[in-house]
Design a binder for this molecule. Structure first.
Ligand SMILES: [Zn+2]
Length: 243
């Protein structure tokens, strides 16, 4: 069984979607001692685990990327292409200074997302792979959304900018319907949702890869406690029967 864990911010005011840098370091240290982290499609062995970070905030580059190198871990980073600049002169602390609700509307002036230069550096390190997280980070089930642009257009942009094949798609807000899943599966080998269950294989459950919520940790070990793990197992069985 493959656990895939989902995270967002580090040290953000948006606490339900964030961990402190100290908590993330302790948590990743523990993962490095107990698990082997893998990228989508790599063989699943005992104690494999996949780390995923959504939205490509600059705090990923600033806090998490050094930890991945320190503990020799791999992570998948989900990128909404409309908010990514080629590069920036804005100072790191300024880029980190925005409140969560200010980030999207100030993405040009404050560069609060990773830049393409940073994404390339991280990919080249071997510690990070890139997933599309749509173009505009919209709920893909809403009326009027240009699905082709959001799902496939974002892949074309990422592959052009990074010179790198993008095989994974992370559903914004975890939202989907049959049309969204069909289109995502047409263009990507791996499609990720939210859902606190394990995955029997890289096919996920019913074609979608489930992710366990890793934001807002109270202890570094929280996700690995027996009762939590039992809950993930139960959901895996229930979802597997339904699909
Ligand atoms: Zn997101």
């Amino acid at each position: 069984m493959l656990p895939v864990v989902m995270y967002h911010h580090i040290n953000s005011d948006d606490l339900p979607l964030s961990n402190s840098d100290a908590m993330m370091e302790a948590h990743l240290r523990l993962i490095s001692e107990r698990y082997t982290t893998i990228f989508p499609g790599e063989p699943i062995v005992s104690r494999s685990l996949c780390l995923t970070f959504d939205d490509a905030y600059y705090d990923f580059y600033y806090y998490v990327f050094p930890l991945l190198k320190k503990f020799n871990l791999k992570a998948l980073l989900a990128v909404p292409t409309a908010f990514i600049l080629d590069e920036t002169d804005v100072e790191p602390l300024q880029r980190l200074s925005l409140k969560h609700h200010e980030i999207y509307k100030n993405h040009k002036a404050f560069a609060p997302f990773c830049t393409y230069a940073e994404l390339r550096e991280m990919v080249q390190s071997g510690h990070v792979e890139i997933a599309s997280h749509s173009m505009n980070h919209v709920n893909l089930t809403e009326d009027g959304v240009d699905l082709d642009r959001e799902v496939f257009g974002s892949k074309v942009i990422l592959e052009e900018k990074l010179g790198y094949r993008v095989d994974s798609f992370v559903l914004p807000y975890g939202k989907y319907n049959d049309a969204v899943v069909a289109l995502a599966r047409e263009h990507y080998a791996y499609v990720f949702r939210i859902g606190n269950a394990f995955n029997p294989s890289w096919d996920g459950i019913g074609g979608l890869i489930y992710r366990i919520k890793g934001d807002g940790l109270k202890t570094p070990n929280e996700l690995f406690r027996p009762l939590k793990q039992l809950g993930f197992w139960c959901k895996t069985v229930i979802k597997g029967i339904k699909s």
